[in-house]
Design a protein around this ligand. Structure first.
Ligand code: PHE
Length: 460
């Protein structure tokens, strides 16, 4: 007898797991400086609007396919395709999603390893383990590989424990901790000189910047990455939610489908967290400037990405004495937690495909796939200059939007026509709700159109 498919224990569990996937390194180092550099409050506003108008319907496409098909991305796209020929195409496209998720994880785990090193270093110093602290602070292939390996083992171990005991239980504990650490750090940064200047740069709107279409498309790309779209993560999480929702749904309120609301909460938590992260990062950069540190890159813009996290902020923490070690520890714990809850969701994509399609046991599948992905990470570390940026561009700029498009088309054109689904929906009276009236139009026309535009823009 095969085991019944695991399900999240409640919609709260789903919310922690899905927002854990969405809230990641992208929110903390991608969004804040992008906003500060591109019109401040105006960008924040545009980002929120885009997240709800375009990324949210795409998220719903994945959740709906997952809930409906009750399986992983490869089997779902295969099953949905109507003819034997298109089934093969659907299956093939599913594998593109799996490869994309694995590629993202291969570079994400390297970055997460850096975060782990920066998190353990002040801990080692506070505990008096000076040799370890020194080793952790020295850049080098040995350190990068060891910490990437440690992070990969941690990710693999959580996924191997399964949906409830592994993924859900860790997300339930880590997500509230993440929010608390972020709030504490924001409060601390605002006691420092320079922070209000940063707040102004982050929030005072410059609407003239919004007429630039490239900027809006950039914001759209950011929101796709941030909501973990286009790789099958949200699809597989949606598939662990079907029975949970059926159980929670009260018979009197059957017409009120919970899924659109849950998707909206995930979108809100993801954008809200990105916004809060901006309240930490941009003011912290201006505190660093008040300390005499350089915060602008050669092109005159605020530094972004790894350079702030790996250089500017650590240098700032170094000026703060012992308090700085605690701040540093909390800051890198924040990034490490954000990274682990996203990484488990990426690993779940290939693991679910392999366990469901071959019958291999979860721990073994997790171990084999993690080893392959770690081999890829190691390959990137050894060929860093040629590979790192290329893998990021391939997976996030090309493959993710492409698969986002595919998933919207499947949900909007194929699934929507599915007779069984229509019957089910009509029986529940779901067609009456505004979501079901508007969403199909989005999934069929608007989302694909915008994704194509984004794509063309990124090719230029
Ligand atoms: N959403 C994550 C972040 O913001 C990245 C991610 C992409 C996670 C794709 C899962 C799948 O960092």
């Amino acid at each position: 007898m095969t085991q019944p498919r695991a399900q999240f224990s409640s919609s709260f569990g789903f919310l922690m797991v899905a927002s854990g996937s969405a809230i990641g390194l992208g929110n903390i180092w991608g969004f804040p400086t992008q906003a500060a550099n591109n019109g401040g409050g105006a960008f924040v506003l545009a980002y929120l609007v885009l997240a709800f108008l375009l990324a949210y319907p795409a998220l719903m496409a994945e959740l709906i396919i997952g809930r409906h098909s009750n399986t992983n991305i490869v089997s779902a796209l295969g099953q949905l395709s109507p003819s034997p020929m298109t089934k093969r195409l659907g299956t093939g496209l599913g594998f593109v999603g799996v490869i994309t998720a694995s590629l993202i994880l291969s570079f994400y785990a390297i970055v997460a390893g850096w975060m782990l090193a920066k998190c353990l270093q002040p801990l080692a110093a506070l505990l008096g383990a000076d040799t370890a602290a020194q080793w952790l602070s020295r850049d080098g292939i040995g350190r990068d590989l060891s910490l990437c390996l440690a992070f990969s083992v941690w990710t693999c171990w959580i996924v191997a424990q399964g949906i409830n005991k592994g993924i859900e239980s860790w997300a339930r504990k880590l997500m509230p901790a993440l929010l608390l650490i972020l709030l504490a750090l924001i409060a601390y940064v605002f006691t420092q000189t320079g922070s209000t200047a940063g707040l102004r740069v982050y929030l005072v709107p410059d609407f003239s910047r919004l007429s630039d279409p490239a900027l809006l498309l950039g914001a759209m790309g950011q929101s796709f990455f941030s909501l973990s779209l286009g790789v099958g993560t949200m699809l597989i999480y949606g598939s662990y939610l079907g029975k949970t929702l059926a159980r929670e749904q009260s018979p009197h309120k059957a017409y009120r489908d919970k899924l659109p609301r849950l998707g909206a909460i995930v979108t809100l938590m993801d954008s809200g967290f990105a916004f809060l992260a901006g309240l930490l990062i941009v003011p912290a950069l201006y505190v660093a400037q008040a300390q005499g540190l350089e915060i602008f890159a050669a092109d005159g813009k605020l530094m972004a990405g790894p350079s702030i996290v790996m250089q500017v902020l650590p240098n700032l923490f170094a000026t703060m004495g012992t308090a700085g070690q605690w701040v540093s520890l909390s800051f890198f714990a924040l990034l490490t937690i954000a990274a682990i809850t996203s990484s488990i969701s990426m690993l779940e994509v290939p693991v679910s495909v392999v366990t469901e399609r071959t019958g291999l046991k979860r721990p073994r599948a997790a171990l084999i796939i993690s080893s392959l992905i770690f081999a890829m990470s190691a390959f990137i570390v050894f060929n860093f200059d040629q590979m790192f940026d290329a893998v990021i561009a391939l997976s996030t700029r090309y493959s993710e939007p492409f698969m986002g498009l595919v998933l919207c088309l499947f949900a909007g054109w194929i699934l929507h026509r599915d007779k069984k689904l229509m019957q089910l929906r009509d029986a529940q009276g779901l067609t009456q709700s505004w979501f079901w009236r508007i969403w199909p139009f989005y999934a069929r026309f608007l989302c694909p159109l915008f994704i194509v535009l984004m794509f063309v823009q990124s090719l230029r």
